[in-house]
Design a protein around this ligand. Structure first.
Ligand code: PMP
Length: 409
């Protein structure tokens, strides 16, 4: 292969050595981990581990320095203006809940609107519904078009002076569809609304520049971009974070505490109560090093090309339909096979050691909108290649044979 060679890259992922023959097509749910991340976690625990921000002794200072260096690393990766704009959270889900509860409770009032899209993961729906039930705000939903992408014109029409926040995915986790977030941000800002982007499926797949995007909030999960579980990122513009009251209370987020009154740290510490996932943050930094080593532009080109190839290869099989795949897609393909329930398909695939996901993918409203109960979903990473797609197609054909669905031609 050329400079970007999935076969060579795969050698950096021990899981494939331990599971020869595994065709892993579920990276959108969670990515496998390169040795640099796995070994780096162990090395940190062996060498520099102690709690952060408290100890005056050398080991704690080293641990704190590494934790804060990881924050700098994330800031650089996203091109944030300053590391203080990076809040470490448990994952995208926690990041969105933090915004809903800290920013939402402080700045939204009855009648205000939060605008989401039909493409959203439950984690970008349910926190806003909970806020709606608590505050009397309204949840407004921008529709998708016939091709399965965001209907930009309809979105623009739904923006009103009552729209205070647009919360939208950057890359859709069911369809792989790339949302035109630059346009979304421009339109929302023109209306005075803030914008939260859910970058769970985007950060592993394309260069993300939060300053160029000009979004107010950006969230992603470390485990989907080759990092550890239990760590994620909430980026927010410094002025936005400064205006937000704290979320969870506890150690590390305070300046002074008496029983009468507590004063709080500045951002980001104000939003990081308790002992953080120190190793997770350091491991995430290593994962970002790994991705930058390959080059985010190269990763994007690889994901786009493999997605196009998979769409073509699946469409060439009689009885297969793609779901929401008209526009540009990155790393995720949802499909159905006539006469076979997606769960049966995934079960048969497993016999061929082909790991895909079947179900509603935490996007039940999108399933309802598309008129399906479930889809089969194959998703790619830096270690995926055309051989994986060939195995996927072979598994589809094998399932069709098993169900007696193949014609004589
Ligand atoms: N948003 C999107 C688009 C996702 O794909 C996911 C994970 N499936 C999430 C949010 C939630 O991420 P997590 O479970 O890591 O918090």
């Amino acid at each position: 292969g050329g400079a970007f060679d999935p076969v060579v890259i795969r050698r950096q992922f021990p899981v494939f050595e331990r599971n020869p023959g595994l065709v892993f097509l579920d990276t959108a749910a969670s990515a496998q981990k390169p040795a640099a991340v796995i070994d780096g976690l162990a090395e940190y625990y062996r060498t520099d581990y102690a709690n952060v921000h408290r100890g005056v002794y050398g080991l704690s200072a080293r641990s704190t320095a590494r934790f804060e260096a990881a924050r700098e690393r994330v800031a650089r990766f996203l091109n944030a203006a300053d590391a203080s704009e990076i809040v470490f959270v448990r994952g995208a889900t926690e990041g969105i809940n933090l915004v809903a509860q800290a920013w939402g409770l402080a700045f939204l009032k009855p009648g205000d609107q939060v605008l989401v899209s039909e493409l959203e993961h439950h984690s970008n729906i349910v926190p806003w519904q909970m806020l709606r039930d608590r505050l009397g705000i309204e949840l407004v939903v921008a529709p998708i078009d016939a091709g399965g992408g965001l209907d930009l014109e309809a979105f623009a029409h739904l923006l009103t002076p009552r729209t205070k926040l647009v919360a939208m995915t950057h890359v859709a986790n069911v369809t792989g569809g790339l949302v035109p977030v630059e346009r979304v941000v421009d339109l929302a800002h023109a209306c005075g609304a803030k914008v939260l982007l859910d970058g769970c499926q985007a950060v592993p797949r394309l260069p993300v520049d939060v300053r160029a995007l000009d979004c107010d909030f950006y969230v992603f999960s470390g485990h989907k971009c080759y990092g550890p579980t239990g760590i994620g990122v909430l980026y927010a513009k410094r002025a936005v974070l400064d205006a937000m009251p704290p979320w969870q209370g506890g150690g590390d987020m305070i300046r002074t505490v008496t029983f009468a009154k507590t004063t709080y740290q500045d951002a980001p510490q104000r939003f990081e109560a308790g002992t953080p996932d120190i190793a997770g943050a350091i491991g995430l930094g290593l994962a970002l090093d790994f991705m930058d080593g390959l080059g985010m532009a190269a990763i994007r080109d690889h994901e786009a090309a493999l997605t196009d190839h998979a769409r073509d290869a699946l469409l060439a099989v009689p009885g297969v339909t793609l779901i929401g795949a008209d526009g540009p897609g990155l790393g995720v393909v949802s499909f159905q096979v006539d006469g076979i329930h997606p769960h049966d398909l995934a079960t048969i695939f497993d016999r061929h050691d082909v790991a895909i996901r079947a179900g509603h993918h935490c996007a039940q409203p999108l399933m309802d909108r598309l008129g399906v109960v479930a889809t089969a979903r194959a998703s790619f990473g830096v270690y995926s290649d055309e051989d994986d797609v060939a195995a996927l197609v072979a598994a589809v054909r094998a399932a069709q044979r098993l169900f007696g669905l193949t014609s004589a031609r």
